[in-house]
Design a protein around this ligand. Structure first.
Ligand code: NA7
Length: 545
């Protein structure tokens, strides 16, 4: 099925495949498609490649997976040609790496930059997708690969008065390319997820005054980020085959999780059976991670609370002001949200120019022309940094007007929570593949490992269709329901679905979003086996036409 062929009776198309997005997933998809001799075009909203690593260029942005694993495994040449400088790569380094890969594979000519896909319509009689963009493109292709990312639809904060601020408004999820000098400025940061926690210590060093507006406290751990020694890098490069093998055997798709190493060490026993003095001794020995080094901490809510109390002890030891320290202790269970890695986050609250505003006690009334008014304070600001997160997992897809069979809208289909088979395909939307879509391990794993698995699976599927003279593939509705139920059963009664756990994994950060746990919690290894079995059985659970 090349561009010149007619893959379906009476069907002509501009390309074999349209790829949406040019981050890790889009770039790898373009590469695989070219290898298969398929024609493709990618649309990318940014004016450069990188996706998440293009947009989230706020100060302090850094990956929490080691660079040696947060990288493509498909090319031994690229593995050897690229030199990582840091153990945990910073945003600029990941962006440089993806530009290197893009040029090394000569992918840029297939990407239309600064172009956002707005609408995709499946023409049933011709079995062709028509894809429209905000630049006026209308292109057709039998297949679409949505490489749209899990955290790429910015959440616009619904804070009263947000548009009335006359100072500078900055967003971590689309930070200015030229950077921003906070020197001498009075700054407010709203949000204390990964982005807030990473940028706050850096901004604090520059700003005249910094107010941190916290709605939910964060579980964060000291980062093990450091430069890689050249000899160390050479050693790691020589070990790539073994590292990749281990990654594939790991439920997280990553093994060298140095930041969380203590969490994976043999447990210190059950916290509920351990006297507090002994718990404190473990804390003295293991530091921050010692708080959760207990076998029951992630299984039992009371044990989890006891571990959080221990974590709070570490905060009290670090943060001098007792009231600030108390506000910084999370109120929700550990394991509900992705733990963060930081560089000097809690220490930042000991600086004379930094103030924590605990929104649970003193909520924001409104943003004014000159700053932020809370119930108790009127704070004048020059800059507000919004680190308020994303419409995660589904937002990048539901913000595009996607129409499948009978004009059905994906947004409507997912109004009560996303339903997808293997997180790869949606019933009623033939020939549309969703890379790391809802219902796949995605954000619970090393994203690069999950992306490679999906893109390879899709590429194999396209070959299968070509070899079998088939033109359409679509998730079967019953198989999809069974998969959704299986996914839900994995978290039922567990910490991530506890009522007090308001994470973006369940869409709780978006007012009105149906509460459904969206990623697949079964781990990379089991998930991969299931994907492979589906393919081996002639795409079991799919309708191939
Ligand atoms: P997150 O993790 O969703 O964090 C967003 C933060 O912003 C979080 O603390 C939110 O509080 C807070 N927030 C959101 N809206 C508001 C309003 N209206 N008022 C006050 N505070 C608000 O996004 P990040 O960008 O930090 O990180 C995303 C992921 O990237 C991260 O999980 C890693 O996987 C990498 P909340 O917790 O909802 O109470």
């Amino acid at each position: 099925m090349t561009r010149d062929d007619e893959p379906h009776e009476g069907r002509t198309a501009d390309f074999d495949v349209v790829v949406v997005g040019a981050g890790f997933a889009g770039l790898y998809a373009l590469h695989r498609l070219r290898e298969l001799g398929l024609s493709a075009v990618a649309f990318e909203a940014g004016d450069g490649v990188g996706g998440t690593w293009y947009w989230n260029r706020y100060p302090g942005a850094r990956c929490d997976v080691e660079s040696i694993e947060y990288s493509f495994s498909f090319s031994p040449e690229i593995e050897q040609e690229w030199d990582w400088t840091d153990l945990m790569p910073s945003q600029p380094e990941v962006e440089r790496y993806l530009n290197f890969v893009c040029d090394r594979l000569d992918l840029r000519r297939e990407i239309r930059f600064s172009t956002r896909v707005t609408r995709m319509t499946f023409d049933e009689p011709r079995a062709i997708w028509s894809v429209e963009t905000d630049a006026g493109d209308v292109v057709t292709a039998p297949f679409v690969i949505a490489a749209t990312g899990c955290l790429s639809a910015p959440l616009e904060p619904d804070i009263p008065g947000v548009s009335s601020f006359e100072g500078v408004s900055l967003y971590t999820n689309r930070f200015p390319k030229e950077g921003f000098d906070f020197t001498g400025k009075r700054v407010g940061v709203i949000g204390t997820g990964s982005s807030g926690v990473q940028c706050i210590p850096v901004i604090a060093e520059q700003a005249d005054r910094l107010y941190v507006f916290q709605r939910s406290a964060a579980y964060t751990f000291p980062s093990s980020a450091r430069p890689l020694e050249p000899s160390e890098l050479a050693e790691l490069k020589a070990m790539y085959p073994e590292i990749r093998r281990q990654q594939q055997a790991s439920p997280a798709g990553a093994v060298r999780l140095s930041a969380f190493a203590a969490l994976f060490q043999p447990s210190k026993g059950e916290i509920l059976d351990t006297p507090y003095e002994e718990q404190l001794r473990v804390l003295d020995e293991h530091g921050w991670l010692g708080a959760f080094a207990w076998s029951d901490a992630l299984l039992d809510i009371d044990a989890n609370r006891a571990a959080t109390r221990l974590y709070g002890e570490m905060i009290r030891r670090t943060v001098h002001d007792p009231e600030t320290a108390a506000s910084l202790v999370p109120q929700y269970p550990f394991g509900c949200k992705r733990p963060i890695v930081d560089v000097g986050y809690f220490e930042t609250f000991n600086r004379h120019n930094v103030t924590l505003v605990d929104l649970k006690k003193d909520p924001i009334d409104t943003i004014t022309a000159h700053g932020i008014r809370t119930r108790e304070h009127d704070l004048e600001l020059d800059v507000i940094v919004f680190a308020t997160g994303f419409d995660a997992m589904t937002g990048a897809l539901t913000r595009v007007d996607i129409r499948g069979r009978d004009g059905r809208s994906l947004k409507d289909e997912w109004a009560d929570g996303p339903r997808a088979y293997l997180g790869l395909a949606v019933a009623g939307f033939p020939n549309l593949f969703t890379v790391t879509g809802p219902g796949s391990p995605s954000v619970l794993t090393n994203m690069v490992t999950s992306i490679e698995l999906h893109v390879d699976w899709i590429a194999d599927c396209l070959v299968y269709l070509r070899d079998h003279g088939a033109h359409t593939i679509e998730a079967d509705a019953d198989a999809q329901e069974a998969w959704v139920e299986h996914g839900a059963s994995l978290v039922e009664g567990r910490i991530p679905s506890h009522p007090s756990c308001n994470s973006w994994y369940v869409g709780a950060n978006i007012p009105g979003k149906t509460r459904v746990y969206m990623p697949y919690a079964g781990g990379h290894v089991s998930y991969k086996e299931q994907c492979e079995a589906v393919a081996a059985e002639g795409y079991d659970g799919f309708l191939v036409g």
